[in-house]
Design a protein around this ligand. Structure first.
Ligand code: NAD
Length: 375
């Protein structure tokens, strides 16, 4: 009989990281598949999961959980020194931030680890349930609106009161991917009048179907349909100028702006300039969900409320970490869905196929092997 696969669940060490990569629910399922799961002491603390809850489903809870591990699960990429004692060729499954953490990826390679970057999951139907970017963006879009509402000195819904009418807030969502769609839905639920924009034409209908108004550049072509893999690319100068003009005329009338625009492997596109902020009403709030990737908004600073021209600009370096219980639950399921989908019963471990395996695998046999990193 083969030895059972050993899975280690790390306690996250990055500052501000509150999430955990496995929950009692997913640990139980891994054990049901035949794996042994070791969870680092206190790993679930930030997400309100106690060691006892992991123990109750059969996990070993200890410090040094990585010793002898075949698979190490993390939210963020672990420091290579936190991995000493793992088996040769062990998998490291986490969001590894491959472009910005290249030196660390090289270290994983030289340690002979097989690093699997969850954010490189291809956007194909069968991988939807494994897509950590979607699950985390969804919650981020929600949280961005809640935080903006909290900082806004007025109400979102229209209210007719005996003392007079409170008018509805006007919210504008820039970038309508997973986070943007959830931001639209959340702002609508709170009673705001919502408009939204994107460079991908496919989003127009999605905006309308959520009851919001699409605001689109008409005179210069954007990205037809969804774009490659649902992702945007950098736009031409001509488009950027047309977009800036459009935004300038629209933004001055908005109370709340949520920006979510990202381009994979690139700094976030700049969508709002200081001059545009100056045209907004004092008391307006801008939430820059792209702040950690360079920011969509001029002057936004991670984890600070910056006030410019009377407008509050806010954004977190790690928005999903602000709702760790839900973001961990979804993230953990993404990892479970991924590893269990490839479970080989005879080998008692996952065996990846080419389409998904090659997309997410960064390192193997001492080398960096991913096309996107080899350029
Ligand atoms: P993202 O986080 O990469 O970017 C956020 C949004 O910003 C995107 O809609 C993008 O078009 C937009 N954007 C980029 N540059 C912009 C600019 N200059 N101005 C305005 N907007 C700009 O995107 P995402 O949330 O990861 O999702 C993108 C698409 O992929 C969505 O349509 C989503 O439904 C699809 N998707 C598919 C799958 C799957 O099939 N497995 C999984 C996840 C997402």
């Amino acid at each position: 009989m083969t030895e059972p696969l050993r899975i280690a669940v790390l306690k996250e060490r990055a500052s501000g990281e509150t999430r955990v990569s496995a929950t009692p629910e997913t640990v139980k399922k891994f054990i049901a598949l035949g794996a042994v799961v070791a969870v680092e002491k206190g790993a679930g603390e930030g997400a309100s999961i106690s060691d006892a809850e992991y123990e109750a489903v059969g996990a070993e809870v200890k410090s040094g959980a990585v010793t002898g591990a075949d698979v190490v699960l993390g939210v963020q990429g672990p420091e290579p020194k936190a991995l000493s004692g793992v088996r040769a060729g062990a998998w490291v499954v986490a969001t590894l931030d491959p472009f910005r953490e290249r030196a660390r990826i090289d270290e994983y390679a030289s340690l002979g680890l097989e690093a699997l970057a969850m954010e490189f999951m291809p956007r194909i139907t069968r991988a939807q349930s494994m897509d950590v970017l979607s699950s985390q963006s969804n919650l981020s879009g929600y949280k961005a609106v809640i935080e903006a509402a909290n900082l806004y000195g007025r109400a979102f819904p229209m209210m007719m009161t005996a003392a007079g009418t409170v008018s509805a807030a006007k919210a504008f969502v820039m970038g309508v991917g997973v986070a943007g769609l959830q931001a639209i839905a959340t702002a609508r639920r709170l009673g705001a009048q919502v408009s939204a924009t994107d460079v991908r034409s496919a989003t127009k209908e999605q905006i309308q179907s959520l009851g919001a108004k699409p605001i689109f550049v008409e005179n210069v072509a954007g990205i037809e349909g969804e774009g490659a893999g649902g992702y945007a690319t950098e736009m031409s100068e001509e488009y950027q100028k047309a977009q800036a003009d459009l935004v300038s005329s629209h933004i001055a009338k908005q109370d709340i702006v949520i920006t979510t625009a990202l381009i994979p492997g690139r700094p976030a596109p700049r969508l709002i300039s200081d001059a545009q902020i100056a045209s907004m009403k004092p008391g307006s709030v801008i939430f820059d969900l792209a702040v950690a990737q360079g920011g969509n908004v001029e002057g936004s600073v991670p984890d600070q409320v910056v006030v410019k021209h009377g407008v509050k600009i806010v954004g977190y370096s790690n928005t999903p970490a602000k709702l760790p219980a839900d973001s961990s639950a979804l993230y953990a399921r993404n990892l479970y869905n991924f590893l269990s989908a490839f479970w080989d019963k005879e080998k008692g471990r996952p065996v990846l196929d080419e389409e998904i395996g090659d997309a997410v695998r960064l390192t193997k046999d001492g080398k960096v092997v991913n096309e996107r990193l080899l350029g």
